[in-house]
Design a protein around this ligand. Structure first.
Ligand code: HEM
Ligand code: CU
Length: 474
């Protein structure tokens, strides 16, 4: 028995509330794309925007909540900032709901400049959207800085980054989770700072009418978006490093290789975003090549070292399989599978074909839904089970995993096939030439519903423990 942290439990509550709503929006989109609910088609793009920003935001904060929980076991993050993070996020979410439901704002999740100023929605809804992102960005920046402060106070940042391993010393021993979290948070400061600059440029145009350079804003936007999504993923991976050893009964220690790989990630992840601009012929050519090389390189250290590390950890270990260890393992697999889809898409000669087809949502849904979501679910279940110590029923936990895996991968497969058959992304309905896109959508809606059922069973398993953990939380 180990009492859970009450903030972690609040974040779990927020995630469990918002996730099913956002899934329903996803199923709604696939239904419209299959030709159903035709009367509601004008809601497709506002709902796509809400689904995209909402999902990215929810899973970013959920991953941050896991990181904060792990850090709380080693360091002392400020309780006041933890409260602020929760409050600021709720305000941001309310603003987002207002601009989408009352203003039908539909600029997409990365609101590419100058689209927010050009749509059919009222100007106030674009402003509300920008304000929502401002509140969220500012809150998360403060949260990130406070966690870094807590790390620096206990370890110093160079130790937390494991630089003494690079110099050949093994002391002090740094938990690998701390090293990965430190790398991710530093990248997070860079990403959020770029996001702030983008917002300032939007406000400048709003107040003074001075237009910005569209190519520069696109660079900043994807530096922000690519980095934020990647580091959310890394935070989930950090949770696996922290907890999986407990189920394997073996340590997963930091060493020179782990330190080299995660420090390399810190360097490379900042340059991979160029792969979002392959179609921009005015982007300098050198940057395009750097984009392809950095995309490949960023896959090697983190993914290869982590996946091999995890396989070695589990190989011939006396594993205790339960919902947590199973989802951690499945989550690492989902990360690797989605990562392969990403590496293919980041290859310039393939991107020429796959750009803005459904291949793109295919790969990022794979590592987000079957990667990050599974890792976070594993950690959430682990925390609440640690506190609630309820008897576990293996059959039911296997059923939960089977339903979620089957639902998720069936749903992804329809995206991948659509992408391979040139169905573009972000089409509310498909013209006759793309009728196969509609058929794939209908099948995908069924698989997504299977996933939703699996999630509801997961919620029943974890929710009862969460409730019990609430009674004893610290
Ligand atoms: C069962 C769960 C989910 C379903 C059914 C679903 C469904 C969809 C669909 C149908 C689209 C539109 C694709 C297109 O035609 O372009 C979409 C877009 C998107 N989804 Fe999901 N999704 C799910 C989970 C997630 C998760 C877990 C995340 C992130 C953590 C996510 C993030 C996004 C983003 C960022 C977009 C792009 C929005 C845009 O283009 O502006 N989704 N999703
Ligand atoms: Cu990217």
């Amino acid at each position: 028995m180990r009492p859970a942290n009450s903030y972690t439990l609040y974040w779990m509550g927020v995630t469990f509330l918002l996730f099913p709503i956002l899934i329903l929006l996803g199923i709604y989109m696939r239904t419209v794309q299959a030709g159903g609910l035709a009367g509601t088609v004008t809601w497709f793009y506002p709902m796509m925007t809400l689904h995209g920003v909402g999902m990215v935001g929810v899973w970013y904060v959920a991953a941050m909540a896991c990181a904060a929980d792990i850090l709380g076991r080693y360091t002392e993050p400020s309780p006041a900032v933890r409260g602020l993070a929760l409050g600021g996020t709720l305000v941001g979410v309310l603003l987002l709901l207002a601009c989408v439901f009352l203003g039908k704002f539909a600029g997409g999740w990365y609101f590419l400049y100058p689209l927010p100023f050009k749509g059919e929605w009222p100007a106030w809804s674009a402003v509300a959207f920008l304000l929502s992102l401002t509140v969220l960005g500012a809150t998360w920046l403060v949260w990130t800085l406070d966690l870094l402060r807590a790390i620096a106070k206990k370890y110093t940042l160079t130790q937390a980054l494991g630089w003494h391993y690079l110099a050949g010393r093994d002391e002090p021993a740094i938990p690998p989770s701390i090293m990965i979290i430190t790398v991710s948070l530093i990248a997070g400061v860079a990403a959020l700072a770029a996001g702030v600059i983008v917002l300032v440029l939007f406000y400048q145009e709003l107040f003074t009418g001075a237009a910005s350079d569209a190519l520069m804003v696109k660079n900043l936007t994807f530096f922000f978006g690519h980095t934020l999504v990647n580091l959310a993923m890394y935070l989930g991976v950090a949770a696996a490093y922290e907890v999986l050893p407990q189920y394997a009964g073996r340590p997963w220690k930091a060493n020179k290789i782990v330190a080299i790989s995660w420090n390399t990630v810190l360097l490379i992840v900042l340059f991979a975003y160029f792969h979002h601009l392959y179609m921009d012929f005015v982007q300098p050519g050198t940057l395009q090549y750097i984009g392809q090389i950095a995309s490949y390189a960023s896959a090697i250290p983190a993914a290869v070292v982590t996946i091999f590390g995890a396989l070695l950890l589990v190989y011939r270990a006396r594993m205790r399989w339960n919902l947590a260890s199973l989802l951690f393992f499945l989550g690492l697999i989902g990360w690797a599978v989605g990562g392969m889809g990403a590496v293919i898409d980041s290859t310039i000669s393939a991107n020429v074909r796959l750009h803005n087809t459904l291949w793109v949502p295919a790969h990022f849904h794979t590592y987000m839904l079957a990667g990050l979501v599974f890792l976070v679910f594993a950690y959430f279940y682990h925390c609440s089970q640690e506190a609630a110590a309820e008897p576990e029923r293996a059959g039911r936990q296997k059923l939960v995993s089977v339903l979620m895996v089957a639902g998720a991968y069936g749903f992804f497969l329809m995206f991948y096939l659509s992408g391979a058959y040139s169905v573009p992304r972000r089409f509310a309905t498909y013209p006759a030439e793309l009728a196969h896109g509609g058929a794939f959508s209908a099948i995908a809606a069924v698989f997504a519903t299977v996933f939703l059922v699996g999630f509801l069973l997961y919620l029943a398993e974890t929710g009862s423990r969460w409730y019990k953990a609430m009674q004893t939380a610290s």
